[in-house]
Design a protein around this ligand. Structure first.
Ligand SMILES: [Zn+2]
Length: 295
């Protein structure tokens, strides 16, 4: 594991001194480095950090090359790691200083909609989400290989400035683990990296979004009608609906309930009159045909 090719082996202590010099130099330029400090034991300890590392390790494309990255990361070799939208930029001290760039694709829209739809009712707050206090079902959904929030190898592009750059050098491996360690501290960066809004996963925030609202649902209208029944409110729902007045609102009650009653009382006498006329007409028409036939 300590094979460094033709380049001289640089002891860890020397690398640390070099890292300190580089950090001081960068700070002078106003570009502070963000080193990853991974202590002994597991590199990542929270749900988000662990899930990131486990996701990478499950793919055979990565699994055999990743282990040497752990040692490199623990040595303090990753002196700078910044996570942004769709990318991770890092500086790694080896026998020289190398720049690592990792590009991560955004979660496809439909995939994110599916994750949100399946998880949102189970996550109550951003604190719960970021602390990883999630149900087993939600955890499994978020970690689903190739369909969750963590990227599959095909969604990750790796690059390093070192001369023995192959599919994955130890610098890249260290940075990939470094992302896991960083997510322990700042889990929200995962959502930024994959260009999705963490709020979409929260129940209350999701309920307030006007996305899928095109009008009151049929069930809601029925509920309003039932409320009217319960309170014994007389309403001309036909008129109210035509005017766009929601049944049961003050406008509906004030404008239609009273006239409806007046109409009803006057309508009763009118109906009686028309009934009388109809009877008379029927009697008349009953006589007429007979008269015609007799001629
Ligand atoms: Zn490299």
């Amino acid at each position: 594991m300590s094979y460094y090719g033709w380049r001289p082996y640089v002891p860890v202590a020397a690398r640390r001194r070099q890292a300190e010099k580089l950090a001081a130099k960068a700070a002078k330029k106003g570009n502070a480095l963000l080193p990853v400090s991974a202590s002994s034991g597991a590199i990542a300890k929270t749900f988000w950090g662990r899930a990131w590392c486990e996701n990478l390790e499950r793919y055979s494309d990565f699994s055999n090359r990743l282990p040497r990255g752990r040692t490199y990361l623990r040595n303090g070799s990753v002196i700078d790691l910044k996570i942004g939208e769709g990318k991770v930029l890092a500086q790694v001290v080896g026998s020289s200083l190398y720049k690592v760039a990792i590009t991560v694709a955004a979660v496809p829209g439909k995939q994110w909609q599916a994750i949100s739809a399946e998880c949102a009712s189970s996550i109550d707050s951003m604190v719960e989400l970021l602390q990883g206090r999630l149900s087993k079902a939600v955890m499994e959904r978020i970690c689903m290989p190739g369909a969750g929030l963590f990227p599959a190898p095909r969604e990750i592009k790796l690059d390093c400035s070192c001369p023995d750059w192959a599919d994955m050098c130890k610098h890249v491996a260290a940075v990939l683990y470094g992302v896991g360690a960083r997510l322990d501290q700042q889990p929200e960066l995962l959502f930024q990296l994959r260009k999705v809004d963490a709020k979409d996963l929260i129940a209350q925030a999701g309920a307030g979004l006007p996305k899928a609202r095109k009008g009151p649902a049929a069930g809601k209208v029925l509920d309003d009608a039932r409320i009217a029944d319960v309170f014994g409110i007389e309403m001309d729902t036909g008129v109210a609906a035509k005017q766009g007045v929601a049944p049961g609102t003050a406008a509906a009650r004030g404008k239609t309930a009273k006239p409806a009653k007046l109409k009803a009382s006057s309508g009763a006498t009118a109906a009686a009159k028309t009934r009388k006329r109809a009877v008379a007409r029927a009697a008349a028409s009953a006589k007429k045909p007979r008269a015609k036939r007799s001629r």
